[in-house]
Write a protein that binds this ligand. Structure first.
Ligand code: ZN
Length: 389
């Protein structure tokens, strides 16, 4: 599953109040029966209250009715089924012919919304986790390499040489067996290193995690090509024979940790850029909304759960932050709106990237939004006003 392609397709759906979209995310890690029940009850209650909110006999109500009935049947089936996906996102709107189910191996916090366009923010939380990662599990006889996205294993290749058995032997026989055993181990590591190098190039320089007993991880690390060594995340030290599901779960957590670290670094970089003279970035709602309206945003960062107070013009679809009686662009009527989802949708639609992140204190200080601008689209200094000729 290519998340950025999914997000782009969903962002292209027009905003249409008569054809509302139900957007739903769920945590489907079935740790126990109670979790299945919680999910079933959550979906049923949300569907009911969505139906209650709509005027009977309106076109939108008919659409919500059909979508939620279908979602209830779908949820009942999913909750009853075996399966080990951790998260599900669903977008449904029968009048548009839209029914898109996205399964992830990363849990998604439960959310349910009926809106004029698909709600992208809950899915944009995964944007930074969608880069491919190579996970290399070392063992005595070689190892296994997984290529994965969003914690979802896409491909797994095992490399295993027949193990030379270590036997109790005396004198020269033992020394020669030991030597053979060492040679085979060396060869196994060399083969594994070659495989990792090939997959690394094919996947476009992904992050790489080495897992396994510390001595085997250390020995493999020394044999990896330099370009791979530069992309290593911290090792996962696991005892030999750790179950595959545990290895993958530990790797998923490590990937999330690494993504958080990268996000914090990126926020620091963007804030520095915005405060510096380069003008390649903007921070805070007013400047970010303006840059988004002008299609200048290359990459948008929004703090998870940030509320950005603003208005939306029903006539010309403009958005802005400063309270206004009418739209400053067309004079049309405005409605107040939380702009965080608007920004995510507009940036993706314009071909930019949007990530909903845990930006920490630094991003919160700027009301939870920052953006990197497209090259050559520099921002105007504060207080600068364009003079009409
Ligand atoms: Zn307007």
């Amino acid at each position: 599953m290519d998340l950025s392609r999914e997000l782009t397709a969903l962002a292209a759906e027009p905003s249409d109040e008569e054809k509302p979209v139900v957007s739903l995310t769920l945590d489907t890690r079935w740790r126990d029966e109670a979790q299945r029940r919680r999910v079933a009850v959550y979906v049923r209650d949300e569907c009911r209250s969505a139906r209650d909110r709509y005027q009977p006999r309106s076109r939108a109500a008919a659409a919500v009715e059909e979508a939620t009935r279908r979602i209830e049947r779908w949820a009942a089936e999913m909750v009853g089924a075996a399966g080990d996906v951790a998260g599900v996102a669903l977008f449904a709107s029968p009048p548009r012919g839209l029914w898109r189910e996205i399964r992830t191996s990363v849990a998604l916090p439960p959310s349910f919304a009926v809106t004029p366009a698909p709600l992208l923010s809950p899915l944009a939380q995964l944007a930074d986790r969608s880069e491919p990662v190579l996970l290399v599990l070392c063992d005595r006889r070689g190892g296994t390499v997984w290529e994965s996205r969003l914690g979802e294993p896409l491909l797994s290749l095992a490399l295993s040489r027949p193990a030379a058995r270590r036997m109790k032997m005396a004198g020269w026989r033992q020394r020669s067996a030991q030597r053979r055993w060492n040679e085979q181990r060396e060869q196994g590591q060399a083969d594994l290193s070659l495989l990792v190098g090939n997959l690394f190039d094919r996947a476009g320089r992904p992050a790489v995690i080495l897992a396994g007993p510390p001595d085997q991880v250390g020995a493999l690390r020394g044999k990896l090509p330099r370009r791979v060594q530069e992309q290593l995340l911290p090792d996962l030290h696991l005892p030999a024979g750790t179950a595959q599901s545990r290895v993958l779960a530990a790797a998923t957590r490590a990937i999330a940790r690494a993504a958080r670290g990268r996000e914090q670094e990126e926020v620091a970089r963007i804030v520095g850029e915005a405060l510096g003279a380069g003008g390649r970035a903007v921070i805070g709602p007013a400047d970010v909304v303006l840059a988004t309206m002008e299609g200048r945003v290359k990459r948008l960062l929004v703090e998870r759960g940030a509320a950005i107070a603003g208005w939306h013009c029903k006539a010309c679809d403009a958005v802005g932050t400063k309270a206004a009686a009418g739209c400053p662009y067309c004079g049309g009527p405005t409605e107040t709106r939380d702009l965080s989802e608007e920004l995510v949708r507009r940036v993706i639609r314009a071909g930019g990237e949007a990530a909903v992140i845990d930006g920490g204190a630094r991003l919160a200080h700027f009301d939870g939004v920052a953006a990197l601008l497209r090259p050559g689209s520099g921002s105007a200094p504060v207080g600068w006003v364009q003079q009409e000729a």
